[in-house]
Ligand binder design. Structure first.
Ligand SMILES: *[C@@H]1O[C@H](CO)[C@@H](O)[C@H](O)[C@H]1NC(C)=O
Ligand SMILES: *[C@@H]1O[C@H](CO)[C@@H](O)[C@H](O)[C@H]1NC(C)=O
Ligand SMILES: *[C@@H]1O[C@H](CO)[C@@H](O)[C@H](O)[C@H]1NC(C)=O
Length: 250
């Protein structure tokens, strides 16, 4: 007996797959393993759901996005149903689209979107801060896939947190370099935030920080109140004096 050739085996498997699956999703985008479709932010993905096997050709189809029903035009429910995601937004990342026959929800096929986007790091910012105030430099690093590294530089070399009196926070969305009490000799400099995306490469933003002398803030209100009191006292003194002068002149 001859062994079944690989293509035959493949066809048999495919045949079995279509026999057990009543519906299947087709896309003009590449559907990766585990039904993941990778698209760029603002890109378009078109999904077509087809019922096959022995289901009725005019049986209705239903689309769900993350479990919620997608509203379809009546003519888009039979003999294949199409949904289109355009433009893809950040919220579409991880969204799962499921299609099934309206008569039988247990027969379904799904795809999940992987919407990729670079971190919004660019340009240059100029900051003027007063001595002894708080300096906060901020970089938005949200991206898909996540950035693999964020490096802060001062005058071109990596920031020394301890020597510079800095603290660094990073919650995966923003990275902040903070100096709680600005010192001109330590902090007046050119800063950079450098992030690396495994998919999109390097991104950087620069910050020019100028430190000004501390401005003495006069407590204006108490001064005005004080001046008013002094004037009133003086006027009262003159008035009382005047009455005395008038008395002796009588
Ligand atoms: C729904 O589909 C499943 C899987 O193909 C099948 O086992 C089941 O009998 C179907 N149910 C009905 C009501 O057709
Ligand atoms: C999305 O695609 C990116 C780039 O190929 C990949 O690094 C990441 O692991 C994917 N995410 C998921 C959830 O599949
Ligand atoms: C950075 O360079 C500027 C200009 O050369 C200099 O004035 C400043 O002191 C430097 N700052 C630090 C922290 O090295």
């Amino acid at each position: 007996m001859k062994l079944m050739s690989i293509p035959h085996l493949f066809h048999l498997l495919l045949f079995c797959a279509t026999q057990t699956l009543g519906v299947r999703i087709q896309s003009d985008s590449v559907v990766g393993s585990e039904g993941v479709i990778q698209i760029e932010l603002e890109g378009t993905v078109s999904l077509l759901c087809l019922s096959d096997g022995d289901s009725e050709p005019d049986e209705g189809l239903v689309w769900l996005r993350n479990g919620a029903m997608v509203r379809l035009m009546e003519e888009n429910k039979k003999n294949g149903s199409r949904v289109c995601v355009t433009p893809a937004i950040q919220e579409d990342n991880g969204a799962t689209f499921t299609c099934h026959l309206s008569s039988n929800a247990s027969d379904s096929d799904s795809v999940t979107l992987n919407v990729t986007y670079p971190p919004p790091i660019m340009g240059s910012e100029e900051l003027v801060v007063e001595e002894e105030s708080v300096l906060v430099l901020q970089c938005d690093i949200l991206a898909n896939p996540q950035v693999s590294s964020v490096v802060w530089t001062v005058n071109g070399s990596t920031v020394d947190l301890l020597a510079g009196g800095f603290t660094l926070t990073d919650d995966g969305v923003t990275s902040q370099l903070i100096a709680n009490s600005v010192d001109k000799s330590l902090h007046a400099a050119s800063y950079g935030c450098l992030a690396n995306s495994p998919l999109y490469g390097e991104f950087n933003k620069t910050f020019q920080v100028t430190v000004t002398d501390k401005v003495m803030k006069f407590p204006l209100m108490p001064i005005i109140a004080g001046v008013v009191v002094v004037c009133l006292t003086a006027i009262l003194a003159v008035i009382s004096r005047w009455s005395k002068i008038r008395q002796c002149c009588k």
